[in-house]
Design a protein around this ligand. Structure first.
Ligand SMILES: Cc1cc2nc3c(=O)[nH]c(=O)nc-3n(C[C@H](O)[C@H](O)[C@H](O)COP(=O)(O)O)c2cc1C
Length: 310
């Protein structure tokens, strides 16, 4: 099974909706985290979780919280919206988040996590999965976290084997993943640096017990990666049509949901920072898109990029 990673600012509902209309190989979609601010949730998060914005078969919303109160507050909202499962973010690495005890900031405190999970399962009937890293400061933090996780009926654990300081770069900690595989009593999902077919083949050989794979940037750069992994052949001309349709739906989606054309332009430039890797002349394509000053120039740059594929 292939899961789409939650990527704040990229895999939003417009992206997920457009993607799932054109590509059919993703089994589970994750909504980038929602969090609490001044006792409530932002409007942008409300739109993200609405059921009609999430028509795919399996969609899991994610929460980023500092304590039990926030967890219960968000899980009530998600339950009322119609979800029966949520994912808890224990991986977000940014200091602004971790300094507030959220994301990977909870990993050095297994006792706090335990108390939070005890109360959550007493008070909520939602299913819960967890996405985590090896640690905030040290990869050995996972050793105290695993026994805590083993005490609860979690749906699954998605593990990105890096510490927070690494952000999304540097060595993947293979032995930490192996340690989790040996010691966790839960279904385990691998996440991290799967950008090509060769990458996943290597990981499958390394971790043969793993059946579920979460992919993020690899899909943003190559939307055909899940099809390649599932051995679904797509002809060259069909590929071009799919890329065009995916882009059209994304552009249309952002045009409908954003306040003004400047915001649409910025959003599409962000989209192309990964999408341009689907084009052989990536740097040139991205440079042209980035240079455009308005949507007319933007559409010309996009058209030219697609033309270069023929
Ligand atoms: C810009 C950006 C935003 C992200 N936002 C989230 C998020 O909201 N929740 C989360 O659990 N992980 C988030 N991640 C981490 C990804 O879900 C994933 O774990 C990470 O990119 C590694 O997987 P990959 O190598 O397949 O991309 C984010 C990553 C990036 C680069």
């Amino acid at each position: 099974m292939i899961y789409l990673a939650p990527i704040q600012g990229f895999t939003d509902f417009v992206y997920r909706k457009a993607y799932s209309k054109v590509f059919t190989e993703i089994d589970t979609y994750f909504i980038p985290y929602i969090s609490v601010k001044n006792g409530t949730i932002l409007r942008k998060y409300e739109r993200e979780i609405l059921l009609h914005n999430n028509p795919q078969k399996r969609v899991i919303p994610q929460v980023l919280v500092k304590d039990l109160n926030e967890l219960l507050f968000l899980s009530e909202i998600l339950k009322d919206t119609g979800y029966n499962e949520i994912n808890l973010n224990l991986g977000c690495p940014f200091p602004m988040v971790t300094n507030r005890g959220k994301g990977a900031g909870l990993l050095p405190y297994p006792e706090k996590l335990k108390a939070m999970l005890v109360s959550f399962f007493e008070r909520s009937n939602l299913k819960l999965s967890i996405k985590l890293r090896t640690g905030l400061n040290s990869p050995y933090e996972i050793e105290a976290i695993i026994p805590v996780l083993n005490d609860f009926p979690l749906t699954e654990i998605i593990f990105h084997p890096r510490i927070a300081k690494q952000l999304y770069k540097g060595e993947i900690n293979d032995s930490a993943f192996q340690f989790a595989m040996n010691n966790l009593n839960h279904k385990l999902v691998y996440n991290g640096d799967i950008f090509t077919l060769a990458d996943i083949k290597k990981r499958k050989e390394q971790f043969p017990e793993i059946d579920n794979w979460m992919l993020g940037r690899g899909i943003l750069m190559n939307p055909f990666l899940p099809a390649e992994i599932k051995n679904i052949k797509i002809l060259h001309d069909d590929k071009i049509e799919k890329l065009k349709e995916f882009h059209r739906l994304t552009f249309e989606g952002y045009s409908e949901t954003m306040d003004n054309s400047g915001n649409v332009l910025n959003k599409m430039k962000q989209f192309w920072s990964y999408f341009s890797f689907s084009f052989p002349n990536q740097r040139k394509v991205f440079k042209a898109v980035k240079k455009s000053k308005n949507l007319v120039e933007y559409n010309l740059a996009a058209q030219k990029a697609f033309f270069s594929l023929y």
